[in-house]
Each structure stands twice: as structure tokens, then as C-alpha cells.
Design a binder for this molecule. Structure first.
Ligand code: SAM
Length: 263
């Protein structure tokens, strides 16, 4: 153990950098500076082209893009790439959508780097929930509506293992990442847990990008909304009274009335 602690770190370094939800202007200054200095950039599929264009032209770019349930490069292999590249003395930027420590597997990558004696630093990014909420002008907390926020993964190692009890309801905001494909099942679980079927919900798709959409309805209609509006990833589901807020409040009522969800 002592030997391990005294051993000098290998020369390179890995930065786990949050790229934010899409808009390059939401990148931190630190992230932009690192992109300009990087020898190697290892990025996933949610990182926009405009952000990658900020990288130094001499930087080598490696895409390890993943799609839901389809990992083009297995996580262990990604970790090995980081370790190998930094072991050669390179400055490695591991660029991830949103924040590296919110459903980004940043913890696993950092652990493996540390175990391999590679210096690693985390550069936070704006997580999708924050970017989407800002664009929809929908506060995630509000003194009249919500004093607690939970970030939950809608599809994970086992959705059935997720305990949905107490996550949504009056005075709380539930933000569900990766929930579009399982929206119907999530609604069933929440209602079974006693959440009111007429609780407002919002779907925030392609946050901070040109094709952003904010759609609102009531919990009981969420699964249908996802189908009829053909919602695609990346999108967030927001469950709670805050979904009424923002510039689309009138649209929310109009839409819910039109679809017969409310009178
Ligand atoms: C693997 S998670 C990564 C989350 C990311 N680390 C973060 O902090 O935002 C991917 C999920 O984040 C959400 N997401 C990421 N970018 C988004 C965006 N621009 N608009 C809406 N949702 C987004 C979606 O739910 C997507 O399925």
C-alpha cells in the first residue's frame, strides 16, 4: 500500500469533462481550454459537432458512441483506452454529454484510472436537467410547487429494481433520464405508488439544441404523448407541479384540454 502511494504517477492525465447538454456556449471555460490543449479526445454520442470543433486540430478524436442498450465500445474497453493513452504521456479529455457524474459512468472511469496510477480530474458540466429546465423556463424547484428534486434513470441495469416509492408527488420534482422507451411502465409504477394520475408532467426533448421541444400533459397521458409526438432520445421526463410553469403554461392547458385529459 505504502509503495503504491509513493509511486510517482504516470506522466499523462485524464480529464473527465462534462460537455453540457448540447449548446456549445454552455461549456465551461475550463472545458474549452482543455479541448484546445488535448492530445486525445475520447467522446460519446451526445457530444455535439460544434463542441468537438473547439478541439485542437491536432487532437486525435476517438468516438465511443453508445446507443441505448447498444454499447458500441464496452465500458471496460473505454477505460482501457483512457489508461493506455494517458500512460503514453498524453493529455486525454474524456468528453461526456451533460455532467460526467450524472448517469455518465464517470465514477467507473475515474476508479479504473486511479487503480492504474493515472492522474484523473473531473470537470463538471451542465446536466441535461438543468439545461432543459432553463430552456423551457421551468424551475425545478419553486416555493409554491416543489422543494425537492430527484434525478432518476428510467432504464438501468434493471428497471424493475428501481424503487419508485416516494419519488414523485406533491411538493416534489422527479426528473427521469433515459425514460422515454419505458414511459408507460414508469407511469404505471408511479400511479401504483399512489401518485395522482392528474399530476402535471413535461417531456423535454433535445434540450439546448435547435430542435428543442417542451411538451406538457398529465401523468396518465404521458405514455400516449410519447407515442403520438414520436418523442426520441435524448429527452427527459419531468413529473411534478413545476411542469405547469414556464412560457408554455397556456399551451399546457390547451393541449391537455384538446386531448381530453382535463376538462
Ligand atoms: C447516459 S445519460 C447521460 C446524462 C448526462 N451525463 C447528463 O448529465 O445530462 C443520457 C440521457 O440524458 C438525457 N439527456 C442528455 N442530453 C439531453 C438533452 N440535450 N436533452 C434532453 N435530454 C438529454 C436523456 O434522458 C438521455 O437519454
Amino acid at each position: 500500500m505504502e509503495k503504491q502511494l509513493n509511486r510517482p504517477k504516470k506522466a499523462g492525465k485524464v480529464y473527465l469533462v462534462g460537455a453540457g447538454p448540447g449548446d456549445p456556449d454552455l461549456l465551461t471555460i475550463k472545458a474549452a481550454k482543455l479541448l484546445a490543449r488535448a492530445d486525445v479526445i475520447v467522446h460519446d454520442g451526445l457530444v455535439s459537432r460544434e463542441i468537438l470543433d473547439l478541439a485542437s486540430p491536432s487532437a486525435r478524436r476517438l468516438s465511443v458512441a453508445k446507443q441505448r442498450s447498444l454499447h458500441s465500445v464496452p465500458q471496460g474497453q473505454i477505460n482501457n483506452i483512457l489508461i493506455e493513452e494517458a500512460g503514453k504521456g498524453h493529455l486525454v479529455v474524456r468528453l461526456k454529454g451533460g455532467d460526467p457524474f450524472i448517469f455518465g459512468r464517470g465514477g467507473e472511469e475515474a476508479d479504473d484510472c486511479i487503480a492504474a496510477d493515472i492522474d484523473v480530474e473531473i470537470v463538471p458540466g451542465i446536466s441535461a436537467a438543468l439545461g432543459c429546465a432553463a430552456q423551457a423556463r421551468m424551475p425545478l424547484t419553486h416555493r409554491d410547487a416543489s422543494s425537492a428534486v430527484s434525478f432518476v434513470a428510467g432504464q438501468c441495469k434493471g428497471l424493475s429494481d428501481q424503487n419508485w416509492a416516494g419519488l414523485a408527488g406533491k411538493g416534489r420534482t422527479l426528473v427521469i433520464y433515459m425514460g422515454v422507451a419505458n414511459a408507460e411502465a414508469i407511469v404505471e409504477k408511479l400511479i401504483a405508488d399512489g401518485v395522482a394520475p392528474d399530476l402535471p408532467v413535461a417531456v423535454l426533448e433535445n434540450g439546448t439544441r435547435n430542435n428543442f421541444r417542451a411538451l406538457r400533459t398529465l401523468l396518465t397521458d404521458l405514455g400516449d404523448l410519447v407515442q403520438r409526438e414520436n418523442i426520441k432520445s435524448p429527452a427527459l421526463l419531468v413529473v411534478g407541479d413545476v411542469a405547469r410553469y414556464g412560457d408554455a403554461e397556456d399551451k399546457f392547458r390547451e393541449f391537455a384540454q384538446m386531448t381530453g385529459v382535463i376538462a
